[in-house]
Design a protein around this ligand. Structure first.
Ligand code: ZN
Length: 376
C-alpha cells in the first residue's frame, strides 16, 4: 500500500492526491486541525462557563451536564470539568444498545470517583442497525457504512433534552465535534458526498444516489423514518434548541493531547478499554468495531489512520511510530464482528462476502498503483 511520505494516509483515501514528492494534499493544505478555536486560556474558559451557568442552570446540586459515553475523550471531559474547572457535573449517558460491559464499568468508576450522579437514557438502535446491515450486504457500498449509526444522535440529543429539562441544568459539556473532527475524520461523509467540502445539499444528494442504487433501504419504512429523524437530530436539533440548551465542546478550549488524555483517565478512574479493542478511540460502541472492520477490510484504512496522520502533522508523533502503531492497532477481530452480527440477526458469511465484493470494486486502481510501485 502506498502512503503519503509525510503522514500515513493511504493512496486509496477519499479525495487524496499524492504529488511527485510523495506528499498528500491533506499535508500540503497546511491544515493542522485539532487546534482549539478559543485562546483565552483557562481563566477565559472559567469566566465563560460561569456566565453560561448563570444563564442556563437553575439547580443547587449541579453546575452542568457532562455528556459521557464512557469512551476516552468524554471520560477526560468529566475529569477536567470536575477536577480542573471545579464544577459539579451531572453525568448523562445514552445507552444505544451497543455499549460494551467494560464501558459500563468505566462509567460507574467515573461516577464513583467524582462522587456524582449518572443518568442513563436508553435508545436501543440494534434493530435499525441490523436492518441497515441486512440491506447493505445485498449491495455493499463503502459510502453507506457510515449510515449504520442511524439513531445514535436521536438517542444522544433526545435523551439529553429530557435530562436538562428534568434537572433544569441546560449547560452541557461534551468531548465531540470541534477539533477532533479534523480534516479527514469526516471521511465517511466524504465517501457519501464524493467531496471534501461538506454541505447538507451534497449529503442529501449522495444519500439519494445510494438509495437509488440500493432501494432496499428506502423500502423499509423504519429505516427511512429513522434516517430522517437522525438527520434532524444530527444537523438541525441544536440550532432549533439554542435558547433552551447550550452545548460546549471542551476541546474547543483545551488542547486535545492523546498522551495527557489517556494517562489521566487511566490514573484517575482506572479507565480501561475492552480487551478486544486494539486502540483507545471509540471503544464505547460495539457497532463502531463492525464499521472499523468493514472500512479496514474493504477500503484499507480506518479513522485511526486519520488520527495518527493528524498527530504527525502536529508534531506529536513520528511517522515511523505511527506506522508501527497502524501495524498493531488496525486489527479488528473477525470473530468479534461475527458475534455482533449474530446478535443483530445478520449472517457474518453475508457480511464477509459483501466485503470481498467491495474490495474487488475498488481493485483496478489499487492494483495499478501496486504494479507501478513494483516497477520502481
Ligand atoms: Zn499526508
Amino acid at each position: 500500500m502506498i502512503r503519503c511520505t509525510n503522514c500515513v494516509l493511504p493512496s486509496c483515501f477519499p479525495q487524496i492526491e499524492i504529488d511527485d514528492e510523495g506528499v498528500c494534499n491533506y499535508c500540503r493544505s497546511g491544515y493542522k486541525s485539532m487546534a482549539h478555536r478559543y485562546t483565552d486560556g483557562l481563566d477565559g474558559l472559567v469566566k465563560r462557563l460561569e456566565r453560561l451557568r448563570l444563564q442556563y442552570v437553575q439547580n443547587d446540586d449541579y453546575d452542568c451536564v457532562v455528556a459521557l459515553s464512557g469512551g476516552r475523550d468524554s471520560s477526560y471531559v468529566a475529569y477536567y470539568v470536575s477536577r480542573v474547572l471545579k464544577l459539579r457535573p451531572l453525568l448523562f449517558v445514552n445507552d444505544n444498545g451497543f455499549m460494551p460491559p467494560q464501558t459500563r464499568e468505566n462509567i460507574q468508576r467515573i461516577a464513583e470517583t467524582l462522587d456524582t450522579e449518572v443518568v442513563v437514557k436508553s435508545h436501543d438502535m440494534r434493530q435499525l442497525a441490523g436492518k441497515a446491515i441486512a440491506c447493505w450486504v445485498k449491495k455493499p457500498s463503502a459510502a453507506m457504512i457510515g449510515t449504520f449509526c442511524t439513531g445514535c444522535m436521536v438517542g444522544i440529543h433526545g435523551g439529553l433534552m429530557k435530562v436538562v429539562r428534568e434537572y433544569n441544568v441546560r449547560l452541557v459539556l461534551h468531548g465531540g465535534g470541534g477539533e477532533l473532527a479534523s480534516l479527514g475524520t469526516t471521511f465517511p461523509l466524504q465517501l457519501l458526498t464524493s467531496s471534501m467540502e461538506f454541505s447538507k445539499r451534497r449529503l442529501l444528494l449522495g444519500f439519494a444516489r445510494n438509495l437509488a442504487s440500493n432501494p432496499r433501504y428506502a423500502m423499509s419504512p423504519k429505516l427511512l423514518g429513522g434516517a430522517i429523524q437522525e438527520a434532524y437530530y444530527r444537523y438541525y436539533f441544536r440550532s432549533f434548541n439554542r435558547k433552551e440548551l447550550k452545548m460546549v465542546s471542551l476541546y474547543n478550549f483545551v488542547d486535545w493531547n492523546e498522551k495527557e488524555v489517556t494517562e489521566t483517565i487511566k490514573r484517575e478512574f482506572g479507565w480501561e478499554r475492552p480487551e478486544y479493542c486494539t486502540n483507545d478511540w471509540r471503544t464505547d460502541c460495539r457497532l463502531h468495531r463492525v464499521k472499523e472492520y468493514l472500512y479496514l477490510e474493504s477500503c484499507g484504512f480506518t479513522k485511526n489512520d486519520v488520527m495518527l496522520s493528524t498527530m504527525i502533522r502536529r508534531g506529536e508523533i513520528t511517522r515511523d511510530a505511527a506506522l508501527e502503531r497502524l501495524e498493531k492497532e488496525n486489527d479488528v477481530s473477525a470473530k468479534y464482528v461475527a458475534m455482533i452480527c449474530d446478535d443483530l440477526g445478520v449472517e457474518f458469511g453475508d457480511v464477509h462476502a459483501a466485503v470481498e465484493k467491495l474490495k474487488h470494486q475498488s481493485a483496478p486502481e489499487l492494483v495499478q498503483i501496486q504494479a507501478d510501485e513494483l516497477e520502481n
